[in-house]
Ligand binder design. Sequence first.
Ligand code: SF4
Ligand code: SF4
Length: 580
Amino acid sequence: MNRVWDTPGGIHPPANKRQSLTLPIGYPKLPERLVVPLIQHIGEHCIACVTIGQQVLKGELIGVVDGALGTSVHAPSSGIVSAIEARPVGHQSGSLAPCIEILTDGLERWVSRPKTRDYRQLAPSQLLERIAQSGICGLGGAGFPTATKLTFNGAVPISTIIINATECEPYVTADESLMRERADEIIAGIGIIALLYDNTPRLVIGIEETKPEACAALLAASHASAIEIVQIPSKYPSGGERQLIYTLTGKEVPSGRIPASIGILCINVATTYAIKRAIIDGEPLISRVVTVTGKACGTQRNYQTLIGTPVQHLLDHSGLDDSRLSKLIMGGPMIGFDLPYASVPVVKTSYCILAPDASELAPTAPERACIRCGFCAEVCPVSLLPQQLLWHAKTADHQRLEEHNLFDCIECGACAYVCPSHIPLVQYYRASKGEIDAARADKANARQARQRFEFHQLRLARLEREKNQRRKARRAAAGSNPSPSSRIKAPKASIMRLSSADIIAAAQGRTTEKKPTAEQTLNKLRRNVSTLQMRLEHAERRLAAAAGETADKQNSLRATAEDARQKLHRGEQRLTEQYH
Ligand code: SF4
Ligand code: SF4
């Protein structure tokens, strides 16, 4: 019997999982159009490598990684590229991102798939290359590029790999259905990961004890392997990376560090399944299991869903009754966010679409003032002080927020769940993190600009020094050879050889050299839009929270929000123009 350690805090909300597990994983009909965003997770945007009108096959590469941290994207079905443009994507601000739209032809014609039954013959570097080329990122939420994660190595070698099979958020059953039905492939994926390490790390699957069917399936599939399966008590958020590591090993990941720094990697169970499909079946990540649930749906079920499928298509397939819909959430009720449009596509990190009626999730109640009850601190799994964080977030005191370890907050929403004042605490924390990140980026840019300036000054000083040295040398030479013709006339002649056309051409050349490339401009505009979105969100939140303030204060906040909205609009316009 493996020992488990108890984590602080946590809550026990109603699970609401059974309703989406009564049917096996389904397959929605093929949408007429698939919209594949070129950014779907943490990391850099992809660059489209197809053109409008181009025929593509299922699984064909359509977006290549632009930068060290990113994953490529592939056509989820065969068809024709009908648009490459900015479209709304799954974000509560309804923000735009560059997307590739594919008009499907219904034939599902695959690109050639390099199936590898003897994958044990492949070197770790070849396996990693295939994982990277298959566009796999973590499917548990944040979507960190998997090939990058698997190459992490801290001061200590990786000694334990934890497979996160907890799926502790209410309503969500995508991983559980996968474990019940495809345990063999999950175990094969874990076996592939183990091949990447020389020292054969300890392999542990952490699963909640409330999933007996999934646990039995994994046990049956792993009976001949060295994989340990450890059942842990059910509590939200037991599946947070740091929480699960502590529960299974008793080790704490130091603040500001990653698990690899203590020799541990944590990988979501659906990601191991995607690795198996990529290496053994030669399939890139073009679909994932998505839970579609909530009482407004006629059928609550898990679907193997193509990336790029519009959420509305999934809801229609599930028999959504619009009149019952209380809100539409992408993700679960704790971590998810309200979707402004149902037209946005499913992406690699979309694990749940929740369409509850008012009896399940009432519309968000108005926020009231904090009454300092302390309930939020009692449930925080990271032992933070949520009410203090709230206070400093409202006053935009970044220094205090960092001192109170804002970045250790895993945004689990447990504090907001118990808050009697209905304060959307996580939204405040997310906005503050965005502001701090933006401020850090500004600071880094300012530092770079200062370094560039200082370098320029040093260069000017060096040139001046060299000029003086040359002048002294010429004088010294003149002392030994006083002939005026050799000392004065030669440089004059060389100046005379430059025509005005030459001077203009040289100046133009220097200007062209300094001009940023289209790609650099696009990246800069994307960063700008993302910063402006965060500023708008923060301004709107401050305005919403100012209900009890004076009219002057409210007007001032309203003007700030309007200004932020207009700046975002202009930023998005510039991005769209540059994109074309
Ligand atoms: S639970 Fe809400 S009201 Fe209570 S201390 Fe925390 S933020 Fe304030
Ligand atoms: S959202 Fe952050 S502050 Fe709130 S309980 Fe979770 S970890 Fe703690």
